[in-house]
Ligand binder design. Structure first.
Ligand code: ATP
Length: 486
């Protein structure tokens, strides 16, 4: 090449591969992926690597879901979104290298705080508005905005994630998108999606209203015993504010949670969301520097409560993860199986998989109960339905005992000697009970007086943690809850 002439040929991107990383803790598990903290060996940089089993997404016909997520993450370039740095694949898996959101989910902090004060609500509502402004300006509709999908970075700024159900509106498209099936989460889904199967940018504004309501009083506005009843409330726009609720927050919520999408605050704005940003609730917000503002001090203490002593730990690294771990995590999933499927396909007393939902309709519960009566574990349950059970090792000091753990309605978590069939104990359940996932096999159940160290040799620790959390939330609602992200 002649002197002074620089090579303009685009450099071929060198794809990373699994052996470039050391893997640490499981950060979380989704319905089709496992997210693991990893360190790049050469740069020592940390990433959250989302590992998606190809076989699983093909079986579940989720390829479009995964491609959509990748496409959206590639387009988004804003501090309030999880960043996709690289992707690679091998024969078995797809790998997404993401920024690490170390401080967990916004939901955990709301639950730990019980409710956010005005300043904290304003802080996160402001960040969400700024994030929506960017996302909608590049024609992405999220369609599943909820506090679980709002992660927090090191400085407690938001990092929106989960674009599997998002939609990119191509130029020239109407600003609505049709969807053939229900997308989203019952409590945050908009009426237009329920009635006309149509989602638009304003559907995210509806979800924003629901999240602001939840942040300021601890509960989402629409929450009933089951999804059907929740949908009825949404369609009637029937919700309430508690007596103590800041007037300005109430005003913005009332302007966002409006049946007609066109009438929602912000939906007629041509560029950005000036009408939202100028709402009285946001008086004093420095929109230009919003990503550099310090988060409310309370966040650090809340995150400690919700995560216990647990901190994301990169120091326990392995050069490779045990592939068997992923098979359980991304195998048959609870969300892909209806309870009818479960009823017809399993041994009724065998709920070792994800287990039964605590929200099953009464008739289904009765069906299960009838079948449970023939199980040898039924006699330990005091007439209550088994939600999940399975063999685990219980470690105390140097002693390790094999026990059958039985989680029932009530809630109760008892353990039985599988040989003598004698009940050996019960983990006392209260609103203070919490779980902490350590690895695929190991998790802790914390109670005020004791921590139970449990080992599930079939690598289902995640499923146990999720089920215990679900049951805890069902019975103790917004009280402190266990956190399985570690
Ligand atoms: P689903 O579609 O069921 O919501 P998914 O398979 O798309 O799930 P995610 O929701 O992306 O998976 O991730 C699963 C969990 O992993 C999240 O709930 C979160 O707790 C954790 N997680 C995901 N991405 C990150 C990240 N970048 N940093 C830290 N934790 C993460």
């Amino acid at each position: 090449m002649a002197e002074g002439v620089t090579d303009q040929t685009p450099k071929k991107e060198i794809k990373k591969c699994r052996s470039d990383f050391r893997f640490g803790q499981v950060l979380g598990e989704g319905s089709y992926s496992t997210v693991i903290l990893a360190e790049e060996k050469t740069t020592k940089k940390e990433f959250a690597i989302k590992i998606i089993q190809k076989r699983h997404i093909m079986k579940e016909r989720k390829t479009a879901h995964v491609m959509r997520e990748k496409e959206c993450l590639k387009r988004l370039n804003h501090p309030f979104f999880i960043k996709l740095y690289f992707t690679f694949q091998d024969e078995e898996n797809l790998y997404f290298g993401l920024s690490v959101a170390k401080k967990g989910e916004l939901l955990d902090c709301i639950l730990a705080a019980k409710k956010f004060d005005f300043v904290t609500t304003r802080f996160y509502a402001g960040e969400l508005v700024a994030a929506l402004e960017h996302m909608h300006s590049i024609n992405i509709i999220h369609r599943d905005l909820k506090p679980e999908n709002v992660l927090l970075d090191d400085n407690y700024h938001i990092q929106i994630t989960d674009f599997g159900t998002a939609k990119v509106i191509e130029d020239g498209d109407l600003s609505t998108t049709r969807t053939s099936s229900f997308v989203g989460t019952a409590q945050y889904v908009s009426p237009e999606l329920l009635k006309e199967k149509q989602a638009c940018k304003a559907s995210d504004l509806w979800a924003l209203g629901c999240i602001i309501h939840q942040m300021h009083c601890g509960k989402p506005p629409f929450q009933a015993q089951n999804e059907y009843l929740t949908f009825q409330l949404i369609l009637k726009c029937q919700y309430e504010f508690p007596e103590v609720f800041h007037e300005d927050v109430k005003d913005i919520v009332e302007r966002l949670i409006v049946i007609d999408p066109q009438a929602r605050l912000g939906s007629s704005d041509q560029e950005g969301y000036p009408s939202l940003k100028s709402h009285i609730m946001f008086e004093g917000v420095d929109w230009e520097n919003i990503a550099n503002q310090p988060a409310p001090k309370i966040m650090a203490s809340l995150q400690k409560i919700s995560n216990g002593q647990q901190q994301t730990n990169i120091h326990e690294l392995v050069d490779d993860f045990d592939h068997a771990m992923l098979i359980d995590a991304t195998g048959t999933t609870e969300s892909s199986k209806t309870s009818e499927d479960q009823l017809s396909s399993c041994d009724p007393s065998d709920t070792e998989g994800f287990g039964l939902s605590v929200n099953l309709p009464e008739t289904e519960k009765q069906n299960w109960m009838e079948k449970q009566k023939s199980s040898k574990w039924h006699s330990f349950c005091k007439g209550k339905l088994i939600l999940k059970r399975g063999m685990m090792e219980k470690k105390r000091g140097l002693s390790v005992k094999l026990r059958q753990f039985i989680l029932t309605e009530g809630p109760r978590l008892i353990y039985v000697d599988p040989v003598s069939l004698q009940q050996k104990g019960e983990i006392p359940w209260s609103e203070k009970l919490s779980v902490e996932l350590k690895t695929f096999r190991i998790f802790y159940v914390h109670t005020p007086n004791r921590t139970y160290h449990l080992i599930d040799k079939s690598n289902n620790a995640i499923k146990w943690c999720k089920k215990i959390q679900e049951v805890s939330r069902h019975y103790f609602g917004n009280s402190e809850k266990g956190n399985s992200s570690s």
